[in-house]
Write a protein that binds this ligand. Structure first.
Ligand code: ATP
Ligand code: MG
Length: 204
């Protein structure tokens, strides 16, 4: 490529970058509100719960408090629990007996989900808790163990600056409707289908 052609490309690049920066800056300047957010992380791909725990880390980094309620899949010992449950600013509750196909006891799962929800509802009424993670909450709602109206009412009545992250596949339409931010993580590939078991630090 000739020097002139290189220079022409550099100039064009600079002009495109300038326009892009002006557009981004204008959008940033227009976003001036603060608000307690409801996030729903759903879809079949890997990365929902681990993203929620990333936000727990961010919250603690500001010296704020976080509460995590693990619905359904609470029986396994996982790295995030070992790490965060020792932290003085974290409330960590296991609200499930394990996967439903493991317990094979519907009434026990219903009782565990409802007892877990009572604890979560207390955190949703507590303004000193900056972030509430309701991990795998989509399942007890889908199975009909928890009333969607009950859940939505507690979310609507929470302190105005409190953030909530709900994870799990197949989020209820009304949960998606109520949320401020929704991500559906797409399953493109997963090593499990290649015969790789859950790896510590990555999957658990
Ligand atoms: P993570 O906790 O790793 O962020 P997740 O919350 O998105 O995962 P879950 O459905 O809660 O996904 O499942 C948790 C476990 O199942 C993890 O070990 C994860 O790697 C694994 N997993 C997640 N998605 C898939 C998938 N599509 N196929 C196989 N295993 C999966
Ligand atoms: Mg998960």
């Amino acid at each position: 490529m000739s020097d002139e052609e290189e220079q022409r490309r550099d100039l064009a690049h600079r002009e495109r970058a300038r326009k892009h920066k002006a557009a981004v800056d204008a959008k940033i300047a227009a976003a001036t509100r603060d608000k307690g957010l409801l996030l729903v992380l759903t879809g079949n791909g890997k990365g929902k719960s681990s993203s929620a725990f990333g936000m727990v880390a961010r919250t603690l980094g500001y010296g704020r408090k976080a509460a995590v309620f693990q619905f359904i899949k609470g029986a396994d010992e996982v790295g995030e629990r070992a790490f965060f449950s020792r932290h003085p600013d974290v409330i960590w509750e296991k609200c499930g007996e394990g996967f439903t196909w493991e317990t094979q006891d519907r009434q026990r799962d219903i009782a565990a989900a409802r007892a877990g929800w009572e604890k979560a509802a207390a955190a949703l009424a507590e303004p000193t808790v900056s972030l509430v993670v309701l991990d795998e909450l989509t399942y007890p709602i889908t199975y009909g163990y928890l009333e969607i109206d009950l859940v939505l009412a507690a979310l609507a009545a929470r302190p105005p600056m409190q953030h909530v992250v709900i994870t799990g596949r197949s989020a209820h339409d009304r949960l998606i409707e109520a949320a401020d931010t929704v991500s559906a993580i797409r399953d493109v590939k997963h090593a499990f289908r290649d015969g790789v078991r859950a790896q510590e630090g990555i999957d658990r």
